[in-house]
Design a protein around this ligand. Structure first.
Ligand SMILES: [Mg+2]
Length: 245
């Protein structure tokens, strides 16, 4: 698809785009990639969800939550508080719902929590006909709310979220399949996954798509470099359209 350039008739152009396959699919992680330092509300929501449903007091302290899927974090929290495997299994769906409800109530505005360069990059990719989707460990309603509070939701057509698969690679697989099933991408359409954690690189590799690593999270640069992502960026300001082709 050709560039549409800048035009005041944005609505019409978007409608036109939706009839065509996209020039590329880019899957974005959220935390440490689009948004960072978003406050304690997400962690608190997981703690509150467990408390509401089971009465157990838990914490995310000491759990390497970065790159983990929310349901996996909840499982470790509950294990550490002494919950049995069967309690965890039975309670998990209700805990997830309670955590999401809590987050919807408390999530503050996040417009000033963007990682560097996020908005111009998303704007340009969208204008160039690139399909944008989310691959995140966040529970669905937490992820969407976080993005809408950051003013970024409108850039993303759909997402694969924490409760939808067991691993991040599984989430990426779902996201790719969905785009194919709907005809939004074609057989040879280039696909990339952008994230800040080792798990993002591994998920891209497992799906044979391009891994783009950004250094805006908390993973030490050497640790990311050792995993040899296809493209390694300081932050999204360094992203170029040709890297996605
Ligand atoms: Mg991340």
């Amino acid at each position: 698809m050709k560039s549409i350039g800048t035009t005041p008739d944005t609505e019409g152009c978007l409608g036109y785009h939706s009839l065509l396959a996209h020039s590329a699919l880019v899957l974005f992680d959220i935390d440490g990639t689009l948004v960072r330092r978003a406050g304690p509300h997400h962690r608190e929501a997981l703690v509150q969800g467990v408390r509401r449903v089971t009465g157990l007091e838990t914490t995310t302290e000491g759990i390497p939550v970065q790159g983990m899927l929310d349901p996996a974090i909840i499982r470790v929290m509950m294990q550490r508080a002494g919950a049995t495997a069967s309690l965890i299994r039975d309670a998990l769906p209700a805990v997830q719902s309670a955590a999401e409800r809590y987050y919807l109530r408390v999530c503050p505005p996040l417009h000033d929590k963007h990682c560097p360069g996020v908005e111009p990059v998303l704007e340009e990719l969208r204008n160039r006909g690139v399909l944008l989707a989310l691959v995140t460990g966040n529970l669905t309603r937490i992820g969407w709310r976080k993005l809408s509070r950051a003013g970024l939701r409108q850039y993303f057509r759909y997402g694969a979220f924490g409760e939808m698969a067991k691993t991040r690679a599984g989430l990426a697989r779902l996201a790719i399949r969905r785009a194919r099933v709907h005809g939004w991408i074609e057989r040879g359409t280039p696909i990339s996954l952008i994230g800040d954690a080792p798990q993002d690189i591994e998920a891209a590799r497992a799906n044979r798509i391009r891994s783009i690593s950004v250094q805006t999270g908390i993973t030490p640069v050497e640790e990311l470099a050792a995993l040899r992502p296809d493209i390694f960026l300081r932050d999204l300001r360094a992203l170029r359209l040709r890297m996605l082709a």
